[in-house]
Design a protein around this ligand. Structure first.
Ligand code: PLI
Length: 468
């Protein structure tokens, strides 16, 4: 019988960070102290931290060594030229503006391009991206394919743009009201779902016809490139590095959170091919981030990011990365736990409404499930549902997103498959006693990006989140 060979982590552990393991009583106390919000729990109270894959990567020995090369010159740092060269070589854009992280780049792009009354189409919103678009008077318009909002629709490229929706918007508001089309590769809130090369090509062609620039949210673009290699005919034997270069050629620039696919703990950039946009971005970056030769990053951080950019496009690294996420997802699928299908690039998303069908969306099922998971095992996850979605600006009502999810986000090169087993065991055990999990009431609500600081209490009469 042919036995499929297993693949181990393509790295060796050189230095370890010890983990604090709390008992159940201590975890309950931490949860109450943090208002049942996983953002408000201290990291030393967490066993396995799947809150985010942002800035949580483990750096390689070569990245740590690169820190020593950091040139901290205020202007014209050698480290900056190395970073600029890495972005130009791997992503293929002509111009690069460094920023302290992704949202710094989103701020610059939104200020430079969006005017009040404009529309910014995108393949599903992301919190900070949409917030910057709105801050500058723009209106986000969702042009992702309908299936992306259906957690059970099994499609290889569920992040694709619906070309008809885009075309209809252009006809309705006019190309001059669309400063750019924003395409995320992959789509975080859809479950880390990729966009196909064909779709990127088609979007670019349509936009070129109407002289509308295409700007990528490149935050997890290497993961997207891997999915193309895995799923799109003709790319099976093409190195991920080359796939990525072709992907980026179907855009005019990008914003990047280096904290994900550049394998660093801090940093980002705005890149573009347009000379005029570059000149204006060089002027604006000085106001918000710093000189165009450091943009909010230390020289050493730029060195680590330049090195990370090369490491991230290694075929073995990215194959393991995606397959580790899938390893966790498959265990949950096999146990019948409702998760977003197919498993995406950076996270497994639990479908909280199917998991806790006895709760109304206004009882914050995803928030309650994230809290219950922490209580059960000390695994920290993140709500991505009604709390994250905020309120309608006009009516003041809660937005009711179709996707009510708990995100189990896997940091890069940090955890082993044994950690994934522990997470799977905890989720499966919760699923077995799901009817015992209570809903929540929001007792403190901040006015913006409320999910970070909101506080909750269980609705159950005895005040307990999980009933005995
Ligand atoms: O956290 P920043 O500012 O480096 O990046 C913002 C950002 C932009 N786009 C996308 C798709 C993101 O996922 C993103 C940040 N994501 C976080 C923090 C996350 O936990 O998913």
């Amino acid at each position: 019988m042919f036995l499929q060979r297993r693949m181990a982590e393509p790295y060796k552990i050189k230095s370890v960070e010890l983990i604090n393991v709390l008992n159940e009583q201590e975890r309950e106390a931490a949860l109450i102290e943090g208002g049942y919000n996983t953002f408000l729990i201290r990291s030393d109270q967490v066993y396995i931290d799947l809150l985010t894959d942002s800035g949580t990567s483990a750096m390689s020995d070569l990245q740590w060594a690169a820190l020593q090369r950091g040139d901290e010159a205020y202007a014209g740092s050698k480290s900056w030229y190395r970073l600029e060269h890495a972005v130009q070589e791997i992503y293929g854009y002509r111009h690069v503006i460094p920023t302290h992280q992704g949202r710094g780049a989103e701020n610059l792009l939104s200020q430079l391009k969006i005017h009040p009354g404009d529309y910014v189409p995108g393949n599903m919103y992301f919190t900070t991206t949409r917030a910057h678009q709105e801050l500058n008077g723009g209106t986000f318009v969702d042009i992702i394919i309908d299936e992306a909002h259906d957690p059970q629709a099994e499609l290889p490229f569920k992040g694709n743009v619906d070309l008809v929706k885009l075309e209809n918007l252009i006809q309705k508001v006019g190309a001059d009201k669309i400063p750019y089309v924003s395409v995320a590769v992959t789509v975080n809130l859809a479950g880390g779902q990729p966009v196909s090369m064909q779709n990127l090509r088609d979007v670019y062609a349509l936009c070129q016809k109407h002289s509308i620039p295409v700007m990528f949210d490149a935050t997890r673009c290497v993961e997207n490139a891997y999915f193309i290699k895995e799923r799109e005919v003709g790319y099976e034997r093409v190195p991920v590095k080359d796939i990525l270069k072709e992907m980026m050629s179907y855009s005019d620039g990008c914003t990047m959170s280096g904290k994900k696919d550049c394998l660093v703990n801090i940093g980002g950039f705005l890149a573009m091919n347009d000379d005029d946009l570059y000149t204006r971005a060089r002027e604006l970056v000085v106001l918000y981030e710093g000189m165009p030769s450091y943009g909010g990053m230390a020289g050493r951080d730029m060195e680590a990011m330049a090195q990370g950019i090369y490491e991230a496009v290694d075929d073995l690294y990215i194959a393991h990365r995606i397959n580790q996420v899938r390893y966790l997802g498959d265990q949950l699928i096999n146990a019948g736990v409702p998760v977003v299908r197919p498993i995406g690039g950076h996270a497994v998303f639990l479908e909280a409404r199917a998991f806790l069908p006895h709760l109304d969306q206004e009882q914050f099922p995803a928030q309650a499930l994230a809290a219950a998971l922490y209580l059960d095992s000390g695994v920290r996850s993140m709500e991505r549902g009604i709390v994250s979605s905020g309120r309608n600006k006009v009516t003041g009502e809660n937005n009711h997103p179709k996707l009510e999810l708990v995100r189990l986000t896997i940091p890069r090169r940090v955890y082993t498959d044994n950690h994934m087993d522990v997470v799977a065991d905890s989720v499966i055990s919760l699923y077995e006693k799901r009817d015992k999990i209570s809903g929540l009431e929001m007792v403190y609500e901040p006015p913006t990006l409320r999910f970070f600081n909101a506080r909750f209490e269980p609705l159950a009469a005895n005040g307990r989140l999980i009933q005995d």
